[in-house]
Design a protein around this ligand. Structure first.
Ligand SMILES: Cc1ncc(COP(=O)(O)O)c(C=O)c1O
Length: 412
């Protein structure tokens, strides 16, 4: 697609997604996973209905962590049985909402969580089928943002489950039928991925017999892909074969689905599909430094980097127009009223002109909804979907600055 034409038709800033790339990512990931196995799309990466529909159509189930994500999965055509509700701190309201929607599969993080899900499911007249999220006792070597093997709010420590297995087997309303072993995110090489699956399968082999027959082992994922910088999505060519051997060794019934093996992925499936398209609004110098002010900023991309959820904001900007001249140093900032609204402080490119277009590659995951959309009340970017070049849909999230209905009557 031609960025200038898109900008003229839909305005900027715009998130532009290529559905063909999502299908390609799904095909590559499926080929990297052992057969048989299931794959959940983690909606947190990007809950736009058009993307969920695409992935549901390709055969993905949904990993959802909030009422909004449950509703988004169902609205995209998935059945309640295809949804796994995960996350620490699932309040009664969150679980009730999921139960009302027909969701009966939960990842539980603690005995309290298991009891709460069980009590609410029983009230609802259904039996919840739960995966117990387990935190390994040792960290996995080579992992960046580790979510296991360290002190964490996620899951129950493996040593605790071994010590007091009776706390984790479940009750009438909620039976533990499997394990949830999500360990880390954005792992770019096969050896690190395999190292965590070794830990996961070993845990399943050890804990399974203490918990009863496991019906499902969700090995997590962590499949990495570049974020907000150029680069190709990795393809894990030998992973399926290596993982199959590991499973044969540790969980010999897996080929018969005993247990069923599953994986989760957010960023790998959608990351490479999205590009942020923005426009230069102003160019000026201050005390010898060049500032390029864009119509997008940390409210649309990277807002959570301050929380260390993502690497510090330093996104790669690619000019659409080629300007003559030597590269100069500049800082790309957004329109927010905070000096924190900088997308990159170390650019070295020819000086752009007001009105020029720039793009940020590989932001289909953890882009818009992982940012500070409501901050300052700017209109959210338009989201445009094309399929190999043909625009098939466009939408804009409801404007954040419109007054919301009041929850309490005003005092007289
Ligand atoms: C439990 C769980 N599943 C899946 C994901 C998705 O991770 P990614 O987008 O790296 O695939 C996360 C991310 O934090 C997670 O916590």
């Amino acid at each position: 697609v031609n960025p200038a034409r898109l900008a003229a038709r839909f305005g900027t800033p715009a998130y532009v997604y290529d559905l063909a790339r999502i299908r390609a990512a799904h095909t590559d990931l499926r080929a990297a996973l052992p057969e048989p196995s299931s794959l959940y799309y983690s909606l947190k990466a990007n809950p736009h209905p058009r993307l969920i529909e695409e992935l549901a159509g390709a055969g993905c189930l949904a990993e959802a962590s909030s009422p909004g994500e449950v509703d988004a999965a169902l609205a995209a055509g998935l059945a309640p049985g295809d949804v796994l509700l995960t996350g620490p701190g699932k309040s009664e309201a969150v679980v009730r909402h999921a139960l009302r929607r027909g969701v009966t599969r939960y990842s539980v993080d603690s005995p309290v969580d298991l009891r709460r899900v069980g009590a609410l499911a029983a009230e609802h007249g259904v039996a919840a089928r739960c995966l117990l999220r387990v935190n390994a006792d040792e960290p996995v070597p080579g992992m960046g943002l580790a979510m296991t093997g360290t002190a964490s709010q996620f899951g129950a420590d493996a040593s605790w489950v071994l010590r007091e297995p009776y706390l984790f087997r479940g009750h009438a309303g909620a039976r533990v039928v499997g394990l949830h072993l999500f360990m880390g995110t954005n792992l770019l090489d096969e050896d690190t991925l395999l190292a965590q699956f070794e830990v996961g399968t070993a845990l399943a082999a050890t804990l399974g017999p203490r918990l009863g027959a496991l019906q499902e082992v969700d090995l997590g994922g962590g499949f990495g892909t570049p974020f907000a910088r150029a680069g190709r999505r990795p393809v894990f060519r030998t992973l399926a074969a290596r993982l199959s051997r590991l499973l044969d060794d540790r969980l010999p019934g897996w080929r018969r689905g005993e247990p069923r093996i599953s994986f989760e992925s957010g960023r790998y499936l959608t990351g490479s599909s999205g590009t942020l398209l923005a426009q230069v609004v102003d160019v000026k110098r201050s005390k010898g430094e060049l500032f390029v002010i864009l119509d997008t900023g940390v409210h649309h991309l990277g807002g959570m980097s301050g929380l260390r959820r993502l690497p510090p904001a330093s996104v790669q900007l690619e000019p659409v127009e080629t300007r003559p001249g030597e590269p100069v140093e500049w800082t790309a900032v957004g329109p927010l009223c905070t000096p924190l609204d900088a997308l990159n402080r170390n650019l070295s490119l020819p000086e752009p002109l007001v009105g020029d277009l720039v793009t940020v590659p590989n932001v289909g995951a953890y882009g818009l909804t992982a940012s500070l959309i409501d901050f300052l009340g700017h209109l959210p970017p338009v989201e445009v979907f094309h399929d190999g070049g043909r625009v098939v849909a466009a939408s804009r999230r409801q404007s954040a600055h419109l007054p919301q209905p009041e929850l309490l009557p005003r005092p007289a």
